[in-house]
Design a protein around this ligand. Structure first.
Ligand SMILES: NC(=O)C1=CN([C@@H]2O[C@H](COP(=O)(O)OP(=O)(O)OC[C@H]3O[C@@H](n4cnc5c(N)ncnc54)[C@H](O)[C@@H]3O)[C@@H](O)[C@H]2O)[C@@H](O)CC1
Ligand SMILES: [K+]
Length: 487
């Protein structure tokens, strides 16, 4: 068993692949072995989370997830703890494995109750796992609300009940208040839904136990956690030309700040030189607080051979420059208003596809609404399956897509499984952080990182800065994020 951190690189498997792995393992092992291993792992983690616990409430559902709960209860009782089990369904409908574990819990002297204990030091959610098919209702919904409203830690078994392990969408209760301490112990495989959409909030700290079955995980991963990037040291004999030029195109009237933020981020991410081509004809000729940035009129900037970051604060004015940007930029990041312009213009879309066919790298950085516009979908449709939406955008336009949001998804047009980023937090939910990300990706491209790696590394670093932000520092702003330091 080990804890998954943002530094962990790991393969993720969807429910269908997990079921196949489970079947292969179950048929090679003596009956009930997997559930006994799962229950023991759950009991061990429960003891570690609440070693002082007098009462551990274990809520068990009608399938094998409930079986894991019964098994954990038996193991805890054998170790001198006092689990109280509430069971949501009738015993006759339990699958065989779960039925055997129910009997083991009874034999161990576990207390069974019809209602949750009045107080408990830890709650274990063993109601629904990967077999969840509909929103929890009735007693199940009441029990989930009760455990998540408590001040005691909640340990979810395999998957937080009601969370779709493939997509990270909750069947109901999307605004559930987080319990004080929340952890999920997942078995056999890590599932993508634990790391994107509502999954990160629902799961809390993720622990993984492969139940000794890693040899059976011979499936192609559905997605990956990339883990911490490998930062290469700079050679002494390098110079600014070694780290490339970035040109930011954006900053229409009243929105110069967005382009300056992207430029600042590119600079602090290590680009050799950064030009900011402003679309506002009345823009100031220099930013005295960041004199390193070379401000230009966007229309006069020569883009040949440049890595271009286009769209930050671009307004409608960016539209007229896009044909030139799409045809001349050596490498390109398209953000914000550039994406909105492309979404409504088939000729720009054709140019984007042509770039991909010519092998020119392009990274799109949409938030869910921008992705929906590009796909002709709704935000809800995109969020309902973020992995699929990111892949669809990447393959439609021949680009690398960075679908922003909790658990940012990075997908490319090839066969590579998408990456779900595991850094970042709600500090990033403030104006301008997307401009900063676009600039950081631009810097990585200028340093000649392949587009997919550039995007994965920059997204990871961007979230990492927010994760490391000192709790007692001023709130994170996009400007300080770009500079990577509190003001
Ligand atoms: N079978 C095995 O050998 C193993 C199973 N494991 C556990 O088994 C789980 C999968 O078991 P199952 O396939 O039985 O699936 P679940 O235990 O997730 O639940 C499926 C059952 O719940 C019902 N159900 C679905 N949504 C419901 C809702 N909203 N309200 C009420 N009932 C609902 C279904 O009709 C079905 O009876 C995994 O998540 C994992 O926890 C692990 O112990 C690993 C080994
Ligand atoms: K569960």
């Amino acid at each position: 068993m080990h804890r998954i951190t943002s530094a962990s690189a790991a393969d993720l498997f969807d429910i269908a692949a997990t079921r196949r792995i489970e079947q292969a393992a179950a048929s090679a092992l003596p009956p009930h072995t997997l559930m006994q291993r799962a229950g023991l792992a759950a009991a061990r983690l429960a003891m570690a989370l609440a070693p002082h616990a007098r009462t551990i409430w274990i809520a068990c559902g009608p399938g094998n997830n409930g079986g894991d709960g019964f098994e954990a209860a038996a193991q805890l009782r054998h170790r001198g703890f006092f689990p109280v089990v509430t069971f949501v369904d009738d015993e006759g409908r339990l699958p065989a494995d779960a039925k055997a574990s129910l009997q083991r819990a009874r034999d161990a002297g576990v207390t069974f109750a019809s209602a949750p204990p009045s107080s408990f030091e830890l709650a274990m959610d063993a109601l629904l796992g990967i077999g969840s098919t509909r929103p929890p209702s009735g007693a199940m919904a009441e029990w989930l609300a009760r455990m998540h409203a408590s001040a005691s830690p909640v340990l979810s078994i395999d998957v937080p009940s009601g969370l779709d392990a493939d997509t990270g969408m909750r069947a109901s209760n999307p605004n559930q208040a987080p319990a004080s301490v929340r952890a999920t112990l997942t078995f056999l495989t890590l599932k993508p839904g634990l790391f994107t959409a509502q999954g990160r909030d629902a799961a809390g700290t993720v622990w993984f136990d492969d139940l000794g079955c890693s040899a059976f995980a011979q499936e192609r991963p559905t997605a990956r956690l990339a883990g911490a990037p490998d930062i290469q040291p700079r050679t002494h004999a390098s110079h600014k030309g070694s780290y490339g030029d970035v040109a930011v195109i954006g900053g229409a009237s009243g929105m110069a700040g967005a382009a300056l933020l992207a430029g600042s981020a590119a600079l602090h991410a290590g680009a050799g030189r950064v030009f900011v081509g402003l679309l506002d004809p009345r823009a100031a000729p220099v930013d005295t607080s960041q004199p390193e940035l070379m401000l230009r009129d966007a229309h006069a900037l020569d883009l040949a051979g440049m890595t271009v970051v286009c769209g930050c604060g671009g307004g409608d004015a960016v539209r007229e420059l896009l044909p030139r940007v799409l045809s001349t930029a050596a490498a390109l990041v398209l953000d914000a208003d550039a994406l909105n312009a492309i979404a409504v213009d088939p000729s720009l879309q054709a140019q984007l596809v042509a770039r991909g066919q010519a092998g020119a790298p392009t990274v799109l950085t949409p938030h869910p609404l921008e992705a929906a516009r590009l796909l002709g979908d709704t935000t809800g449709g995109v969020q309902a399956n973020r992995l699929a939406a990111a892949r669809a955008l990447a393959s439609r336009f021949g680009v690398v897509t960075v679908l922003k949001g909790s658990g940012t998804v990075i997908a490319d047009a090839g066969d590579e499984p998408p990456v779900i980023n595991s850094t970042g937090n709600a500090r990033l939910a403030t104006a301008g952080t997307g401009d900063v990300l676009a600039g950081m990706i631009g810097a990585a491209l200028a340093m000649r990182r392949p587009a997919f790696e550039a995007a994965c590394e920059a997204v990871w670093q961007h979230g990492r800065i927010a994760d490391l932000w000192p709790a007692d520092a001023a709130p994170l702003t996009a400007g300080s994020l770009a500079r990577r330091a509190p003001d």
